[in-house]
Design a protein around this ligand. Structure first.
Ligand code: AMP
Ligand code: FE
Ligand code: FE
Ligand code: ZN
Length: 287
């Protein structure tokens, strides 16, 4: 049986691996296909596609958009997207500017609390266009102002802690619309992690194509419940580890192995949307 991991982060958002390292680990796990799903960016897709081509691994272009539904944060994965779509790129760059402003606001809250961190230290640490709280946490640890990433989140950065700043989010319907406009498919990421079962019907109404049923933070009963929901709503099933590299201890890549059958279903639906015959995987992944 061949397997895929359709939820991976890199240095282009809050992961620690560059494209070559993502692909190195994917190869070690004998994955036939992978998708890079960095938060609010698609910058890493081209270099990761090139690294995959060199390793005989099939690459699915992806992203993970931050959105909201009925006041709850939801993450919408976009797969098989056209990474050259101008509207998608323009909207993404707006969300990146929002993320950068939010870093400045988090830092000024930290400064008011007497924590002498600079926004520049965070931007240097992030070295990407979509900085987030994990980069603030890493900068705090590097400067010796917090002992661990968990310490930084627990003391300052978690929701309702003193340096927490809410993030402007598009609606789930807008995120799904953007992904569709870029010829992609929209999947609800890790509903078990965000505890967002209640929003599933509304997100389905907004045009959702699938649910991420397999995820490193889903229990077997979560997975069973979301598989049932996917069947009920006739949605695609996807899965991935949500590996962020080595920032949170052992890398998660390889802990969720999505049977390749589900990738075929995903590609078949994307091809139907795009009015094309489905693209077969590279020959080397079939051996
Ligand atoms: P942001 O997009 O800036 O709100 O940051 C969200 C990211 O922070 C998530 O994708 C996780 O990768 C990370 N994160 C959230 N909570 C924690 C935590 N307690 N410890 C470490 N990382 C966390
Ligand atoms: Fe993340
Ligand atoms: Fe997520
Ligand atoms: Zn993720």
């Amino acid at each position: 049986m061949t397997f895929a991991d359709l939820h991976l982060h890199s240095r282009f958002s809050d992961g620690t691996y560059g494209p070559d390292e993502v692909v190195f680990h994917a190869r070690r796990q004998q994955l036939a296909a992978l998708s890079l799903t960095d938060h609010d960016t698609i910058e890493g897709c081209a270099p990761t596609a090139a690294a995959c081509a060199g390793a005989g691994i099939e690459f699915i272009p992806g992203t993970e958009l931050t959105a909201e539904q009925d006041g709850d944060e939801v993450h919408i994965l976009g797969y098989c997207i056209d990474t050259g779509d101008h509207k998608l790129l323009a909207e993404i760059s707006k969300f990146q500017a929002v993320r950068q402003d939010r870093i400045r606001e988090i830092v000024s809250r930290l400064n008011r609390l007497g924590v002498p961190l600079t926004a520049e230290a965070v931007f240097t640490m992030a070295n990407c266009r979509a900085p987030g709280r994990p980069h603030v946490a890493r900068a705090l640890v590097k400067a010796g102002l917090c002992s661990t990433l968990d310490d930084a989140f627990a003391r300052f950065l978690k929701k309702d802690r003193p340096a927490w700043v809410p993030k402007f989010k598009m609606s789930a319907a807008e995120a799904i619309g953007l992904i569709h406009r870029a010829d992609g498919l929209a999947i609800l990421a890790h509903p078990g992690l965000n505890r967002t079962d209640d929003v599933i019907p509304a997100v389905v109404d907004a045009g959702l194509d699938g649910i991420e049923c397999f995820h490193s933070k889903h229990s077997p009963s979560d997975t069973a419940r979301y598989m049932e929901a996917a069947g009920f709503y006739r949605l695609l099933i996807t899965g991935g580890s949500d590996c962020h590299g080595s920032s949170k201890g052992r890398p998660l890549i390889g802990t969720v192995k999505l049977p390749y059958f589900y990738v075929e279903q995903l590609k078949a639906k994307a091809a139907r949307r795009q009015g094309q015959a489905p693209v077969p995987p590279p020959v080397s992944t079939l051996s």
